[in-house]
Design a protein around this ligand. Structure first.
Ligand code: CO
Length: 469
């Protein structure tokens, strides 16, 4: 067989610590090892986007843009990749196109090479602006299919969606299996079908949550998958990705041999091994997330969604309702057009299911987000909504439902946002931090100013800022 070296995207700087340790790795913890990581020959290092942006501002009091620039300085030979939630960017609402375009422009200007773009409903209209902007900035745009199971999600559905993604001009496709639902022989069938239909490279992103991920990767690769996402072993498995060294060894001596050097990987592994030990000791890394959670396969619900649900029930002293809520989740999902369960649809479905059970009557109370989804404000779902639920939740408001691309109704907002925060602006990128997380950004700007004035107290302007933190 002809040689077809498998490419590896390393996730330790983004998804691995997001999945295992609430995204708490600091830039200082990561920088010492990137010189070594740069020597490996990874296809890419995923290091930005997702929850890293929010966590940097909110918990670490770090400028996410500064982190990206430091990565760019250190990674001289390796492509940097980020995760981008379509028209939501990294936030939780739909933004106007001018904000999306500006965010893409600045991400690439600060060092990102590959942008992985997804939408929680797989409504490709929500990805158009980001993909176009990425092309304009000469970045690699990858569109991710949010993988899920359900009646609507047939092989034909995935093949047709993949074809449309290729037609949109994406440079590659990712199968994004956030819950670890893709079992090995399904992975083989799915990748095989996509490979027959599209010419652009296919990457598999999965999570170890249900215990099958490395087998799924293996079958996917045998079916022609070009790139897989893995995490260096100390921060692999559990809710994270398959281990890099294991997958590299698996394909050694085969046509898929990655050619990556295990000695360099061992050095990187030793570095993160210390972080793993420290994080276990401090409790930041909970051993619970390192095991296999077979409930994700039984209920087809992402692990994170299950733990959210348990804490919501605990708050209400209603832990005995766990099984009822588990049964309610697929019903709510059907009512809402059977969306994949990924941020933010996973939260919307999960919270509504909890409410339906706790109130003793379905949709007696509906969240604002449930209303929004039924109004079409998140985009189009793969299946129609349950008309009875629409009537009950929206009543006369259902006249306001939209069918267009939601961002078509959002006026440009960049100028307005910039005016609101101009007092704090020290770099162009600050406008975007504020656009996405206004409260967290302001807190961070205040912190930053206090730090700066501490360094040079003569310049402190206590009238207009420089708050003690
Ligand atoms: Co992931």
């Amino acid at each position: 067989m002809e040689k077809k070296p498998l490419k590896i995207t390393e996730t330790v700087l983004r998804d691995a610590h997001q999945s295992l340790m609430a995204t708490r790795l600091t830039t200082e913890q990561m920088l010492p090892v990137i010189d070594k990581m740069d020597k490996v020959g990874y296809h890419a290092v995923e290091c930005w986007g997702g929850a890293t942006f929010d966590a940097s501002l909110r918990f670490l009091k770090e400028d996410p843009w500064e982190r990206l620039r430091k990565f760019r300085d250190g990674f001289k030979n390796t492509k940097l990749q980020m995760l981008f939630r379509g028209q939501n960017i990294l936030g939780y609402r739909h933004y106007a196109d001018d904000v999306v375009e500006y965010f893409v422009q600045k991400s690439i200007a600060n060092g990102i090479d590959i942008i992985r773009i997804f939408d929680c409903l797989n409504d490709l209209r929500n990805l158009e602006t980001a993909v176009k902007a990425c092309r304009k900035e000469k970045g690699h745009s990858q569109i991710a299919l949010s993988y899920t199971l359900g009646e609507a999600y047939t092989k034909e559905y995935w093949m047709e969606t993949a074809k449309r993604i290729e037609d949109m001009g994406a440079d590659s496709i990712c199968i994004k299996d956030m819950a670890g639902l893709l079992i090995p022989y399904e992975a083989q069938a799915l990748v095989g079908a996509l490979k027959e239909n599209v010419g652009i490279p296919i990457e598999l992103h999965t999570h170890y949550t249900s215990g099958v991920a490395s087998m799924s990767c293996m079958k996917a690769v045998e079916a022609g998958c070009d790139i897989i996402d893995t995490a260096i072993s100390p921060l692999a498995l559990g809710t994270s990705q398959p281990a890099t060294e294991v997958m590299v060894e698996t394909f050694k001596g085969t046509p898929y041999d990655t050619g990556l050097n295990q000695d360099i990987l061992a050095e990187i592994s030793a570095y993160f091994g210390k972080i793993r030990e420290e994080s276990l000791a401090s409790g930041l890394l909970n051993p619970k997330v390192l095991g296999v959670n077979i409930n994700t396969l039984r209920y087809q619900v992402p692990g994170g969604m299950l733990s959210n649900m348990i804490s919501q029930l605990k708050e209400q002293n209603a832990e005995d309702k766990y099984e009822d809520v588990l049964k309610e989740i697929p019903r709510v999902r059907k009512d809402l057009g059977e969306p994949p369960l990924v941020t933010p649809s996973s939260q919307i479905v999960g919270t509504q299911a909890v409410l339906n059970v706790l109130m003793g009557e379905r949709y007696k109370v509906a969240t604002k987000e449930t209303k929004s989804i039924l109004l079409g404000e998140y985009g189009q779902t793969v299946k129609p909504f349950n008309p009875e639920v629409v009537d009950k939740v929206l009543g006369a408001e259902k006249e306001k439902a939209i069918t267009c691309r939601p961002a078509d109704l959002i006026e440009p907002e960049l100028n307005k946002i910039e005016k609101e925060m101009s007092r704090w602006k020290q770099q162009d990128e600050d406008v975007l931090s504020y656009a996405l997380f206004p409260q967290q950004a302001i807190d961070f700007f205040k912190f930053r100013e206090a730090q700066q004035t501490k360094v040079d107290p003569d310049k402190a302007d206590y009238e207009n800022g420089a708050y003690p933190v």
